[in-house]
Design a binder for this molecule. Sequence first.
Ligand code: HAM
Length: 422
Amino acid sequence: MYQAPRGTQDILPEEARYWRFVEEQARRWALRFGYGEIRTPTFEETSVFSRGVGAGTDIVEKEMYTFKDKGGDELTLRPEATAAVMRAYLEHGLHNRPQPARLYSLASIFRYDRPQAGRYREFHQFNVEAIGELDPLLDAEVVRLLWQFLAGLQLSGLSVQLNSIGCPQCRPGFLAELVRAYEQHLAAVCPDCQRRIRVNPMRMLDCKNAQCQPAIEAAPRTMDSLCSECAEHFQRVRTYLEAVEVPYQLNHRLVRGLDYYTKTVFEVWPAVAGSQASLGGGGRYDGLAEQLEGKPTPAVGFAAGLERIILNLKSQNLPVPALPGVEVFLAPLGEAARVAAFRLADDLRVRGVPSVTGAGERSLRAQLRHADTFGARWAFILGDAELATGEVTVRNLATSEQVREPRDRAVERVLEAREGRA
Ligand code: HAM
């Protein structure tokens, strides 16, 4: 039997309420913070990501779904949204509008990663970007928005991890110091870090291998090498976060997995943190626009992973509103009754009542059992007797009480009950 591809999942109707709830909360908070929705294509020219995210990153080296289409174009399913949103910002001249452009999206993301709990090959992000301003207020604004969104879902035990990784002025000095410090430990660190020291030394700082921990402990801290502009920027971000009481923890090891970050970086971790646990992360990326051949354009943003958020909602047993269900189940007996039931269901729906007609030749008992699985409040039973008089038997499925009455009256009864009139 066919199965969904590894690392992907089907969302069945009983799961939908989690998705609807989380997506609605995301939209609600984005809107309250003044962010407009942007939707970009599912795939982009490959170089948008290879240049944007960075050639030495895991995403670009190992995880992209890249293909040539039939016209020979090199395309990639988006492995993140930020570079795509920046491409759209540049393409449509959004810098000509009042700055910053505040943009959010809900998008599916594709990474060829090793699937495990909370890690998928197709997953979904709530992505938020503020593009076109260097103001540290915006760094704090997006952190606050992420925090507000997660707290609004009532998730508890979360923490904001915060760091600054400097800019092209101060980072080379830091990296040189880091490499120098690591050279003393090189024989002891893992093979990945022995490679990282050449291609992407910053990533050594978030290596999870036990053998690398002593080297990480002894490593210099980005924050101690910040230039005065980065240091002042970071101080102001912290002041704004404190003003709105976002509880953050300084984390010297937080470096993130994408190359475009400058200055502020942050993640939100759940109570039980693991290497794949972050619910959301982001930071400032003032150099990305130039990587994509645009003018220098400061920007900051984050993305939160919806699958991980839903896993946490479930593990914390948090209430998630039910979606509106079917209210009336129409149970016809015989072909003539089916025509009448089909029409009556139509009347109910036009009047706003979610209704379903029994399909297939089934007994009344089987149909009533089916009505129960929907959690319907009423069954409308139509047999020969009801057809002869233009009536319907209305069964209250909670109490099993039944009345036979004209069809208009039955519809009225349902409407009255919905509005609390009866
Ligand atoms: P990221 O940290 O790669 O950042 O991903 C953000 C979030 O997506 C993670 O915190 C996690 O919740 C979720 N996520 C990542 N990989 C997976 C996976 N394989 N399965 C399930 N969920 C996953 C970015 O993507 C940046 N573009 C964020 C950003 C926006 N920075 C600035 N603006």
